[in-house]
Design a protein around this ligand. Structure first.
Ligand SMILES: Nc1ncnc2c1ncn2[C@@H]1O[C@H](COP(=O)(O)OP(=O)(O)OP(=O)(O)O)[C@@H](O)[C@H]1O
Ligand SMILES: [Mg+2]
Length: 212
């Protein structure tokens, strides 16, 4: 299965799209060549690499999405094994749709909160629409900020059965190291022992996605 073009999208804001895109890119570049396309006008992925004051600290280059995203991706695919696309938190710009039309894998981060679960019916509709243009796309929910001791996190599995999108077996916990990676403009792999558990989680997601 072709799994090289991985988009992270959800029209809901603040669910961890950029955090996941950047940390997955840092994990993927340990396995092959990788580039990030920033399709969010907020430019968070681009800013991330500038935060450390030393853009070379972040191991993966970030480029802005061009108007013709399909052409851009086709060109980059000749040079890179993996392309990660970070997306904006809104549908109206149409950019989520163009991202979905080009991605081979779509990861939809979801937080364990009732509001986020309710909003997931909208992403379900978007995926259905995207599948008409891009029937081969494989879409998965990626549970983020899970807290093992919280009742909501525990109740999540049951609630997810209502949603018609498969869920990745691997999930990400709520950990300070993910926030630190953004603050320091690096990845969880660069945080030594502070980032050990998080980098194992990201490796787990990558293994699962590449094994699809
Ligand atoms: N697993 C996690 N554990 C702890 N904090 C997290 C985790 N994932 C994301 N965060 C934090 O949650 C906040 C939102 O994350 P992020 O900016 O990646 O979301 P986003 O979906 O890209 O947001 P936007 O919709 O604005 O683009 C950030 O402060 C980030 O550091
Ligand atoms: Mg973002």
């Amino acid at each position: 299965m072709d799994t090289g073009v991985i988009a992270v999208a959800n029209q809901k804001g603040g669910v961890g799209k950029t955090t996941i895109a950047m940390n997955m890119a840092a994990g993927l570049i340990r396995r092959g060549s990788c580039i990030v396309i920033d399709s969010d006008p907020q430019g968070s992925a681009t800013l991330w690499t500038e935060l450390s004051g030393d853009p070379s600290r972040f191991p993966v280059d970030v480029v802005l999405a061009e108007n013709k995203l399909d052409k851009q991706v086709a060109q980059l695919q000749r040079k890179f094994d993996y392309i990660i696309i970070d997306s904006p938190p809104e549908i109206k710009s149409g950019s989520i749709m163009s991202v979905m039309s080009i991605a081979q894998i779509l990861l939809v981060p979801l937080l364990p909160s009732p509001m986020d679960l309710w909003s997931s019916t909208r992403i379900e509709e978007l995926i259905k629409r995207a599948k008409k243009k891009n029937p081969k796309i494989l879409a998965f929910i990626l549970l983020n900020q899970i807290e093992p001791r919280s009742a909501m996190s525990r109740g999540m599995d049951e609630a997810l059965q209502e949603i018609d999108i498969p869920v990745l077996r691997n999930r990400l916990g709520r950990r300070a190291s993910y926030r630190t990676s953004a603050l320091e403009g690096c990845s969880v792999y660069d945080l030594g022992y502070r980032g050990r558990v998080a980098s194992e989680e990201i490796d787990g997601i990558i293994d699962e996605v590449l094994g699809l």
